[in-house]
Ligand binder design. Structure first.
Ligand code: FAD
Ligand code: DHB
Length: 391
């Protein structure tokens, strides 16, 4: 089999790239290790920056997003019995964010790609990537247990943190930056109307809590838990009791409902540099991970792909490698901004069992400053909606 771009992974990054290349008339084949239902069922992120909404519109994959997405103009910061609403449009030149589940984006993109007859193979795990330092890379994968080879001009490694692409870059070229955080998030999806208009980020001595949503009838909530926490120790009543305590505010009540899904996610900050080598280009979680507190993981993946699609267009349609050569640096500037913001939000809002009284008092002082200072709120707002550079 032969194509121009071999895309590995049918997460949001690989699917969007497949769509953007198709729209530019560039042939691509997408290989995904898991089956379609698995890809469409994974509960993950839900907060979209304006730029993510825009690129999905550009890709013609935003019809349902435009109908069902919930536009949010700010967040609530809740701590020490206070609730501070931080408005975004007034601090960011009118920008907002949109809540729409990653699973829905994946379903919309897969449906569109299938309808357009894309060459997209599920249950097709990639086992090896060869020849990326030459001009004829080859991707080996399995179909029905039999090895096949995909010949291509470029490889897009969109295979997430546990994929094979990153490992194809020689170890002496790749620099890894990593922090494993001493907590995890227990996330639930519950059939109950959200008890809030905008998202609530809550700091509590018992730990962080986040109240998000998926629709007017479905709530998404998260709790900070120990990294080795076991779902078996978290029956429904314990989850709701903990959420009630951590989100508590006088005069406010948390409505409860049946829990439909639950999972525990470890928290990590991770960047692999450079994001490309020869003819291999990493995008999304394959290259970088942020702790979810800043809601950046999905948005970074989409931003990488926007840059990569444009670079492919320059390469195949205008014969210039400039965009591909600049790909890693262009992405890493945004990645490191988001890494720092996510790290800052994470340390600000989580309770650390190992923190001493001095560190805890500094954390409380920082929270109080954020709730009082317009400058501090503007910093949070412009990063949360997606920082953009003046140039
Ligand atoms: P992925 O979505 O991971 O997609 C990669 C795809 O590649 C997968 O379908 C995988 O099966 C496939 N693949 C892997 N190896 C191979 C192979 N060898 N061959 C072929 N295919 C392969 N972000 C937030 O902002 N907020 C959140 O609340 C949040 N929650 C998360 C919860 C979990 C459990 C996880 C794992 C991530 C979460 N994230 C969250 C992060 C966000 O979901 C990711 O940043 C986003 O999924 C990145 O998209 P991606 O396309 O780069 O990678
Ligand atoms: C969601 C997840 C996040 O990590 C976040 O910061 C905000 C919202 C969500 O899943 O809705």
């Amino acid at each position: 089999m032969r194509t121009r771009v071999a895309i590995i992974g049918a997460g949001p990054a690989g699917l969007l790239l497949s769509q953007l290349l198709h729209d530019r008339g560039i042939d691509a084949v997408l290989l995904e290790a898991r089956d379609r239902a698995y890809c469409e069922g994974r509960q993950r992120a839900g907060m979209l920056e304006q730029a993510t909404v825009d690129v999905l519109r550009e890709a013609g994959a935003a019809n349902r997003l435009d109908r069902e997405g919930l536009v949010h103009h700010g967040i609530h910061l809740r701590f020490a019995g206070r609730d501070r609403h931080i408005d975004f449009p007034s601090r960011t030149g009118g920008r907002s964010v949109t809540v729409y589940g990653q699973t829905e984006i994946v379903k919309d993109l897969i449906a569109k790609r299938v309808a357009e007859g894309a060459r997209m193979y599920f249950d097709a795990p990639v086992t090896a990537i060869e020849g990326i330092d030459g001009d004829a890379p080859r991707v080996r994968f399995l179909r029905d247990g039999v090895e096949e080879v995909l010949e291509c001009d470029l490889v897009a490694g969109c295979d997430g943190f546990h994929g094979v692409s990153r490992g194809a870059i020689p170890a002496d070229v790749l620099k890894i930056h990593e922090r494993v955080h001493p907590f995890a998030w227990l996330g639930i999806l519950a059939d109950v109307a959200p008890s809030t208009d905008d998202l609530i980020y809550a700091y509590n001595e018992r730990g962080f809590a986040l109240h998000s949503m998926r629709s007017r009838a479905v709530s998404r909530l998260y709790l900070q838990v120990d990294p080795d926490a076991d779902l078996a120790d978290w029956p429904d009543e314990r989850i709701w009791a903990e959420l009630r305590e951590r989100l508590a505010l006088p005069g406010w009540t948390l409505d409860e409902g049946p829990i439909r899904e639950r999972s525990i996610t470890p928290m990590r900050s991770f960047v692999a540099e450079p994001m490309s080598f020869g003819r291999l280009f990493l995008a999304g979680d394959a290259a970088h991970i942020v702790p979810p507190t800043g809601a950046k993981g999905l948005n970074l993946a989409m931003a990488d792909v926007r840059v990569l699609a444009r670079a492919c267009e320059e390469f195949f349609l205008a014969g210039s490698r400039a965009g591909l050569d600049g790909y890693s640096d262009a992405c890493l500037r945004r990645v490191w901004r988001a890494e720092q913001f996510s790290y800052w939000m994470t340390t600000l809002l989580h309770a650390r069992g190992d923190a001493d009284a001095f560190e805890r008092r500094c954390q409380e002082a920082q929270l109080a400053y954020l709730a009082d200072s317009d400058a501090a709120m503007a910093t949070l707002a412009e990063n949360y909606v997606g920082y953009t550079w003046a140039d």
